[in-house]
Design a protein around this ligand. Structure first.
Ligand code: MG
Length: 334
């Protein structure tokens, strides 16, 4: 830590933020386990909270208001929750265009209605001009658990032999936001995949029950971070088939030009599912029956290999390690 202050590297994604949390925040708050998308709070309820600082506020495929709803809905869904209610905190900078504020709030309301989530409360604060960056949003969500708490999908429940699936191509959100912010013409056609996943997650749980071991949304740090988190929490290895991972040519091309790895780029409408051995085909059928899972695929399996190690078998047949992304790969993308 530099000079006793938080640096962007500490406030961003990946392992540096994890270190900051582990060393300075969680022990003080008395939180033993972190990293789950949402937490069981008893009486069949789950809670989660998230803050959104994406820049720009509106980008191809979505905006900060829609994202704030879907992000919270998805975190609840990843723990086997059916979202019911949400609170919204808006931190507005003086000088923000009222047109933009109206657009974002309308979008947030439409997204909540679409998801069947009631907005039950909120708060608004205004910062002086120059002290913010337009608009930040915090959302807190409440869900009903679809299973008994001990049976809910959890990052620590992956077992050797389990199948690993994803519902579609990786990296669209991060590239869409970056392209909008930096005016990268060559990636202008990429749209954010921002979407709610609670219906697909519920369908999977209805079909496989406790055979759904882990669900995780590969947001910041992308698929690489999500899989490393599961492998670490479960104390298992993972082997992926590069050729099986759904991709978009435009995202691949942008990543190549920018020197990025699409596996490390954020998604906002993707779900990793780790399901019990022998259930992969049934799981895939459920994903593909949902419009958000048409391009779903089985991308690998959980192994007894080195705990926490995610390996990728490339299309050339070589094997490489998929590391946990460190530092802030792409700031302000969520
Ligand atoms: Mg999440």
């Amino acid at each position: 830590m530099d000079e006793g202050v938080v640096t962007l590297a500490h406030g961003g994604g990946g392992s540096l933020m994890a270190e900051l949390l582990a060393a300075r925040v969680l022990p003080v708050l008395g939180v033993a386990e972190a990293g789950e998308d949402a937490a069981g709070v008893g009486r069949g309820l789950l809670m989660t909270t998230d803050s959104f600082v994406v820049k720009p506020l509106v980008f191809p495929g979505s905006d900060i208001g829609r994202m704030a709803v879907y992000g919270t809905v998805n975190d609840l869904a990843m723990r086997g929750g059916w979202p019911r209610a949400m609170t919204v905190g808006l931190i507005v900078e003086e000088g923000l265009s009222l047109d933009v504020l109206d657009q974002v709030v309308a979008s947030l309301a439409a997204a909540a209605q679409e998801c069947g989530v009631k907005i039950v409360g909120g708060d608004t604060k205004v910062l002086e001009a120059g002290r913010g960056d337009g608009l930040y949003i915090n959302t807190t969500g409440l869900a009903e658990a679809l299973l008994a708490e001990r049976d809910l999908p959890s990052l620590g429940r992956a077992r050797p032999g389990d199948a690993v699936l994803i519902n579609g191509p990786v990296g669209e959100h991060g590239i869409a936001v970056l392209a909008a912010r930096e005016q990268l013409g060559f990636a202008a056609e990429v749209r954010s995949d921002c979407a709610p996943l609670h219906e697909m997650a519920r369908a999977l749980i209805e079909e496989l029950g406790t055979g759904v071991h882990c669900l995780h949304d590969p947001t910041r740090g992308g698929l690489a971070a999500a899989l490393n988190e599961i492998a670490l929490a479960s104390g298992v290895g993972m082997r992926l088939e590069e050729g099986a991972i759904p991709r978009r040519a435009a995202v691949e091309a942008a990543c190549e030009l920018l020197g990025l790895d699409a596996l490390q780029v954020a998604n906002e409408g993707k779900m990793v599912a780790v399901v019990e051995e022998g259930m992969a085909e049934r799981a895939l059928k459920v994903l593909r029956a949902d419009e958000r899972g048409r391009e779903g695929a089985v991308i690998g399996e959980v192994t007894e290999g080195v705990a926490g190690r995610v390996e990728l078998v490339t299309e050339l047949g070589t094997t490489r390690i998929v590391d946990m992304p460190s530092g802030e790969l792409l700031p302000r993308i969520c």
